[in-house]
Design a protein around this ligand. Structure first.
Ligand code: SIN
Length: 358
């Protein structure tokens, strides 16, 4: 068979052109996801591949994290920023304000489709809930971490990061509030909590349930949190440079008033009481909390149990004591909502409304 060389060459060029155009279109369709790195075990290194405890958190930089997962380039156009390089037990109000402002600035750019925040798992749920209340965009914001350092055998960081980037770039995640993605599961910032000190399936939303899975390169959602978040909250960090001091007093058998009194003396504007059971107030703690309230400190009754509602006027007469109840928020999340509430009001009636809303 005779092949016309000119025609063959032309056909070859046409094929190459079409293939290139198709690749270009696919690349153009990839979402822009910014990875904000803050440290944690996902950026940690251990002495050996079997070191899964006793490693050093927050040693690997964001560029190395991205480079370690080349598959990311197939699902998004990723760029990285090193916001902090810390273990998450050192995360605090100051860092949250910096992070929230950066997230809001990035999401205001039309070319940014979503954000992934790499974070230590110890306080990940707190950062996630803070952002859930102050991010002013419907675009996806996904927090991710890992339980094993990057050097460990079967490290969970790479797959978690991959799944987080997929979720942050997905239209399905728009408007769902801040999300937490680890262990192939998607959880809502408000409800998720760390439940195990070491295992990779530590993040759970017991009772209320996770939102979905990331499987086969895409998120699958089955539910959404009904509590207001992001664009629907009344909180705004734009002009905030600090947050009011709010601390947690933990109760236990034989507890006395020492911690509560010390917190008041140290200038707390709010105290979350991690009570026993349904937020019960031990007899030696109640007067200290009551006297703190008389001095203007806002008291929120929460529970150390970890599940369930703390019922208003249940185990204490909240109306009489002028206390607020935490609804289903655990003490560490109640602290975050109380801090933000105190940036708006000191009215306990209004603050109770917020605990029923967010
Ligand atoms: C941390 O929270 O920074 C250390 C622990 C972890 O990331 O799992």
């Amino acid at each position: 068979m005779y092949l016309n060389p000119m025609r063959t060459l032309f056909a070859l060029f046409l094929c190459l052109f079409l293939l290139n155009a198709q690749a270009q279109t696919t690349a153009d369709r990839l979402p822009n996801v910014v990875i904000l790195a803050t440290g944690g075990t996902i950026a940690g290194t251990g002495a050996t591949s079997t070191t899964t405890v006793g490693y050093t958190a927050a040693t690997v930089g964001v560029d190395a994290l991205i480079k370690a997962v080349p598959e990311l380039q197939k699902v998004a156009r990723v760029s990285g920023e090193q916001v902090f390089q810390i273990a998450s037990e050192n995360m605090g109000n100051e860092q949250w304000l910096v992070l929230a402002k950066r997230v809001n600035a990035l999401l205001a750019k039309p070319e940014v489709d979503g954000i992934v925040i790499t974070h230590g798992t110890d306080t990940l749920e707190e950062t996630a809930y803070f952002l859930d209340l102050v991010v002013k965009s419907k675009k996806p914001v996904v927090l991710v971490g890992s339980m094993r350092p990057s050097t460990a055998m079967s490290a969970d960081g790479p797959i978690n990061l991959y799944n987080a980037v997929i979720t942050a770039g997905s239209q399905d995640a728009v408007g769902k509030g801040v999300l937490v993605v680890l262990n192939d599961q998607i959880n809502a910032a408000r409800d998720v909590t760390k439940t195990n000190t070491v295992t990779t399936d530590t993040f759970k939303t017991p009772e209320l349930g996770m939102l979905g899975y990331v499987i086969g390169g895409q998120p699958h959602f089955y539910r959404a949190s009904l509590r207001k978040h992001t664009v629907d909250t009344e909180f705004d960090v734009t002009n905030l440079n600090a947050l009011p001091q709010v601390d947690i007093a933990y109760s236990y058998a034989n507890v006395g008033p020492v911690a509560v009194n010390a917190l008041v003396a140290a200038g707390a504007k709010g105290i979350v009481h991690a009570g026993v059971g349904d937020g019960s107030l031990p007899a030696k703690v109640r007067p200290a909390l009551s006297s703190a309230r008389e001095k203007g400190v806002v008291i929120v009754r929460s529970s150390r149990v970890g599940q369930g509602i703390v019922a208003r006027n249940g185990e204490a007469n909240d109306d009489q004591l002028d206390f607020v109840v935490s609804d289903t928020l655990n003490p560490q999340k109640a602290r975050i909502l109380l801090m933000l509430a105190l940036t708006r009001t000191t009215s306990t009636r209004d603050i109770q409304r917020m605990f029923g809303t967010y």
